[in-house]
Design a protein around this ligand. Structure first.
Ligand code: CUA
Length: 686
């Protein structure tokens, strides 16, 4: 028999609020009376203060409870890291939970001056160059970051690496979580846009990059009249070499797909390990042309009641690729659609309707599809999918891909509301789905092995919490792993509207923190965080103790791009300037509060290679370095060695200086670069 908790819930809530209010009083009274024991009178006084503060600020008991749940006193660390895409900023946000304090932005696809990313430092210039060039030959300097993925071991986050995609240019990035720096960008060699990435397989052998908008693979031109014959979709599987901390393009491959628009993907886990699931939109193969009287894309691509979930046998596909049963496109191995069908690598399952998210449950048994034009989530059983593949089917799409019977593989449909998009999970047998049109987070109960974890009947909507406004992705603590935590949920809202003070027509997005620790209908919003620097899409939340970043680089002279000591790094006591013809090499060290050498005298026309090592070993003793007029800026963390190069094209006197306020004598941490004009230089050489 199931316990009916609804009658006791209001009472429990009131009790909880009273406890929290009392806690708040205690915290305030302890802070006010540090080192002394609190007396009853002092507590009573603090109560009056709290009431007065609450009244003056117009705070309700619920507001106070929410504040106590998120407030993190100075010096105390958060319980979780949240890694969020930075949207059009091309960067990654690092945010602490539950405080919702922004701790860092990691430079990824876009130059970032504070970190000296893309302002001369050789390693970062090399990383950005890996991302390829724009059509005009200039470097690509932004990204539309969408889906970060943490590396996994056995289906659980291991805290070692973070991956993220750039939808605009079909690129991936690898970030090393020892120093929170981007180590590699990879450009997809066969297509222009991606969306179904990044997702990691349970042991991070493969990073999944599903495509988005169909095009002729390999960047060839073909008239859009030839859409069904010449345009293709694709999915790329990037092999990750964990020892090297890099994607290995040589060991990676793609599969050609029909010209539907593949959307989000997810990796199977546990029972479904080795399989990958992607959904698709525009199975209508609409090609637009509203100006010619055709249906506009948004309606042309929304005619079908069912689109097609792609079920991909990755384990077998990797064997087919390794056997060389591929075609090269731009020197990249691609399994053709015909081979994929012949080898049994690809199956379709009907899915309603213009779906967005596809999410595999923590046990790997169910696949949840949110059909954004359908009020339901549709749940498929992996067991039933395997049985249907075993049975075989004569139904195919026009390209010959087998289509499994919907009723044979569907486990349940749960009506949640309008505009379901994405689903995550907890440890209490609940799933959480974002409802874009309803502006709400839906909590619903799973069936199967999850049924016994809560008192709600399986496959049932339990509650909805309104969010402000128009939620896209949501993320729960470790909510896409084999063992979600069930503590916090962050609602990533696209519209802020009236939530923050007005700042002109461009408004921030709104991240809202929800407490999902209690079962049933209680799922309050605790905190709003404006995101002012791009429209973030997806995020990952990981327990803080799973990440062990370095305090300082392990040894002096460290090159973060090789994660090893650079033998050519400048060393203390061996600072020097070496000239070889017009090539000048500067070996410089930095320590509070001076650079050595403090004078660098060169000639106009010299090619300069400049090394700086920060020889500090103290936590947070970072120095910055700039040469004005040359657009050079580097950040040198304790132990780090950097190199930058430039041509001394402009003569004159250049005061270089440290850009981090590192000591009381920070302003004096400077030097002069003197560039002698070339005419007087040649006179001097004579
Ligand atoms: Cu070093 Cu300021």
């Amino acid at each position: 028999m199931r316990l009916n908790r609804s009658s006791t819930r209001p009472l429990m809530l009131v009790t909880a609020l009273m406890i929290l209010a009392a806690l708040a009083v205690l915290i305030v009274s302890c802070r006010d009376n540090a080192g002394q024991s609190s007396t009853g009178a002092q507590v009573a006084g603090a109560t009056e203060d709290i009431n007065a503060i609450a009244e003056a600020r117009g705070l309700t008991p619920t507001d106070i409870a929410n504040a106590v749940k998120t407030y993190t006193p100075s010096g105390r660390h958060d319980e979780y890291y949240l890694f969020a895409s930075g949207g059009q900023s091309g960067q990654v946000y690092v945010i602490g939970l539950p405080s919702m304090r922004i701790i860092k932005q990691i430079a990824v696809f876009t130059p970032e001056p504070w970190q000296g990313y893309g302002y001369g430092e050789q390693g970062t210039m090399d990383v950005l160059a890996q991302g390829g060039t724009a059509a005009n030959g200039n470097p690509l300097t932004w990204g539309d970051t969408h889906h970060p993925a943490l590396s996994e071991t056995g289906g659980d986050y291991d805290g070692q690496f973070l991956f993220i995609n750039d939808k605009a240019n079909a690129r991936l990035a690898v970030i090393d979580l020892r120093d929170f720096e981007t180590k590699q960008l990879v450009k997809n060699p066969i297509t222009l846009s991606d969306h179904g990435g990044t997702f990691s397989t349970p042991n991070t052998e493969w990073i999944i990059e599903g495509g988005q908008y169909a095009m002729p693979l390999g960047f060839e031109y073909s008239s859009i009249a030839n859409y069904e014959t010449d345009y293709q979709g694709m999915i790329t599987f990037w092999h990750f070499d964990r020892d090297k901390g890099r994607i290995d393009p040589e060991a990676s491959f793609a599969i050609e797909l029909p010209p539907y628009w593949q959307d989000l993907c997810d990796s199977g886990k546990l029972v479904s390990d080795g399989w990958v699931f992607c959904n698709s939109i525009n199975t209508e193969m609409a090609t637009g042309g509203v100006e010619l009287g055709n249906p506009p894309f948004e309606s042309g691509a929304s005619q079908n009641d069912m689109d097609l979930m792609h079920v991909i046998n990755l384990k077998k596909a990797a064997e087919v690729a390794a056997a060389g049963n591929t075609t090269d496109i731009n020197n990249f191995p691609v399994i053709t659609l015909d081979t994929a069908i012949a080898e049994g690598l690809l199956y379709f399952i009907p899915e309603p309707k213009s779906p967005h998210g596809v999410d595999v449950t923590p046990d790997g048994e169910f696949i949840v599809i949110a059909g954004k034009l359908d009020p339901h989530v549709t749940v498929y059983s992996f067991d039933k999918i395997m049985a249907a593949i075993e049975t075989g089917t004569s139904d195919t799409d026009q390209f010959g891909v087998p289509i499994l019977d919907f009723d044979a593989v569907m486990e349940a449909q749960v009506e949640l509301g309008l505009g379901p998009l994405h689903t995550q999970f907890d440890n209490k047998g609940y799933a959480y789905t974002s409802l874009f049109l309803d502006s709400a987070v839906a909590r619903w109960s799973l069936g199967g092995s999850f049924d016994e974890l809560n008192d709600d009947p399986p496959w049932t909507l339990v509650t909805k919490t309104p969010v402000q406004y128009n939620i896209g992705h949501l993320v729960t603590a470790e909510g896409d792993t084999v063992s979600p935590d069930g503590t916090y949920l962050v609602s990533m809202n696209k519209w802020a509207v009236d939530r923050f003070m007005p700042v002109g027509p461009l408004l921030p997005q709104n991240f809202q923190l929800l407490d999902i620790s209690a079962p049933g209908a209680n799922m309050p919003v605790l905190y709003d965080l404006p995101i002012p620097d791009g429209e973030p899409h997806y995020a990952q939340i990981i327990k803080a103790d799973k990440i062990s970043p370095w305090d300082v680089y392990p040894e002096v002279g460290w090159n973060p791009h090789t994660q090893a000591v650079n033998p050519d790094a400048a060393k203390q006591g061996e600072e020097r300037i070496v000239r070889d013809g017009n090539n000048v090499e500067v070996y410089m060290t930095a320590i509070r509060s001076h650079f050595t050498p403090e004078r660098v005298e060169i000639r106009e026309g010299d090619h300069v290679t400049w090394h700086i090592t920060n020889i500090e070993r103290a936590l947070d003793a970072t120095h910055g370095f700039t040469i004005p007029a040359y657009n050079i800026h580097v950040s040198i963390e304790p132990g780090e060695a950097v190199t930058f190069e430039f041509d001394a094209t402009q003569n004159g006197v250049f005061s270089y200086y440290c850009t981090e306020f590192c000591s009381a004598l920070h302003l004096e941490m400077m030097g002069y670069m003197l560039v002698e004009p070339s005419d007087s230089a040649s006179a001097a050489t004579d």
